[in-house]
Design a protein. Sequence first.
Lengths: 223, 223
Amino acid sequence: MSAKVLPGGVDDIVTVAPEYSTDSGADPLWEGVEPEPARRLLVAGLGLFAAQGFHGTTTRDIAARAGMSPAALYVHYRTKEDLLFRISRIAHEAALAVIPPESSGAGDPAGRLRAAVAAFTAWHARHHTAARVAQYELAALEPAHFRAVAAVRLAIERIFRKMIERGVAVGKFEVSDTPATALAILSLAIDLARWYQPGSRHSPEELGDLYAGLALRMVRSGQ
Amino acid sequence: MSAKVLPGGVDDIVTVAPEYSTDSGADPLWEGVEPEPARRLLVAGLGLFAAQGFHGTTTRDIAARAGMSPAALYVHYRTKEDLLFRISRIAHEAALAVIPPESSGAGDPAGRLRAAVAAFTAWHARHHTAARVAQYELAALEPAHFRAVAAVRLAIERIFRKMIERGVAVGKFEVSDTPATALAILSLAIDLARWYQPGSRHSPEELGDLYAGLALRMVRSGQ
DNA sequence: GTCTATACGGAGATAGAC
DNA sequence: GTCTATCTCCGTATAGAC
């Protein structure tokens, strides 16, 4: 639970402890995972994958944390990798879904970028455990599963790039390199999965507002 | 070598492929690792840890890639974790060393921040393989080893925070939250370890300049 | 310092009873 | 659907010859 932090100011993050604090017992994110034992296994795997990585986690660990025997996992999932894939796909789709659609009223490029960055950032903080698995365990997915989540990742990337392109096109943003700036803004949010812990100084919403402000500065929008 | 990218524009990163391209055969970063077989093992481990993670890599993999028998590893390293620690420590210390010292002439806060971000970013792109292991395999370090690298991480974090504090103190920067802004700037560079590939559109130096510009905008410095 | 051979435990996954 | 028991292979690490 507690982050391993060196003696230092309370502001020192020291950027990720060996033990990783997990959340999400009854996260609505996993509501759709049925039946309940399957969900329990998934949430157990989620926490362990986030803390120790996919390869650092055994099926026995997962089953034990879910309060079941090792064999029970294979009733609900074909393989350990299949369990990872379910987590990764749900997380990716949820992260995509949280971005306000283009048609969401905000015709103003700055307003739209602000809303998107705030929402995407807050999601990554709130769901830092799921985000961590989604972002850092891609290499453990088998090829077909990787392709499925890569499609979602590409969609996210394009949405942010388009948002910046629009702002540039109408003269509201001023950037030297649109794709690179889009990636940089994504990096801000995604990197939360690496360092964010529930005990952090800011709530997910505060971080969303904060990073939205930084993103607007990056595209040199006064708003 | 080639990133697994979905059909799409050439700009699409799709953010990290299952196969991770490694670099560093004769990287000066590892010059100090002696004797030569120890270095070969270390570089082999580096590439595999970056691609598959520490737990996804076997000592047999490492030895084979170094052209040696599995037992040879234990002549040069106490354990597999010890090999990881050597990599992580060297990488952390090199990343710290690349940041221009406070006394480096640039009395101007904006100039100093620009130089630091450019150097730190370029380092993370150029040494993306080592950076990846350093950033994402911390949880595999045993406690004493973790503490050793955490001390370096803390030093880096403080340097960036101090730089921003100075600029704010003399009225050159305008930020709403100094520690959070420092972390955000670090995130830009660190996240390169996740997505950067040698085939990327920009050289490490170009990315350094680009991100330095973004960082200055984040602290609202015109320069 | 490097090898071959191997000890020993742990890993993913399955069989078959209840 | 869950369990206990187990198969089989693989992983880290060591022994001992050269």
